[in-house]
Design a protein around this ligand. Structure first.
Ligand code: CMP
Length: 139
């Protein structure tokens, strides 16, 4: 079993899409093992997206990610990193396949509803960014 981090971004939360996103996971054999709602500070968002620090969209992205609450979740399932990325669709919703979360709901390359870890190592790092051992529901 593999784990990954999913985040419903501020646009997904403010537009009332939490249930729609979760439904896609639950109907695709993905188990949600931890979930919460948090509001990041600017410093938190800069740390989370540090890998994009040099990109031209960094300031806008971190401001967007702190503009309202977000819902981070730990997803578990077979091949879930890849599976979640397939369900999300391409970063740019205009290039996302039909039936994906971003194609159906995103309005902008930045306001693209969800984030998902891209590899095993980043999944582990991103999960521990948001969740501690007591929130993993492993007992
Ligand atoms: P995410 O998967 O969270 O990873 C980085 C985020 O930066 C991305 O989704 C978008 O929300 C945002 N972003 C904004 N502009 C771009 C861009 N030109 N290319 C990639 N990501 C972008």
């Amino acid at each position: 079993m593999e784990r990954t981090l999913s985040i419903i971004k501020p646009d997904g939360v403010s537009r009332g899409l939490i249930g729609d996103v979760i439904k896609r996971f639950e109907t695709n054999d993905i188990k949600i093992i931890a979930l919460k709602m948090v509001h990041l500070t600017q410093a938190d968002a800069e740390k989370f997206y540090a890998v994009h620090k040099q990109r031209p969209f960094f300031t806008s992205l971190t401001e967007f990610m702190t503009s309202g609450p977000i819902v981070p979740m730990i997803l578990e399932g077979e091949n879930v990193i890849e599976k979640n990325r397939t369900l999300m669709g391409a970063t740019n919703f205009k290039e996302a396949a039909e039936g994906t979360i971003r194609r159906d709901f995103a309005t902008d390359i930045e306001k693209n509803i969800v984030h998902g870890s891209d590899a095993t190592e980043t999944a582990a790092e991103e999960i521990s960014f948001f969740f501690n051992q007591f929130e993993m529901n492993e007992r």
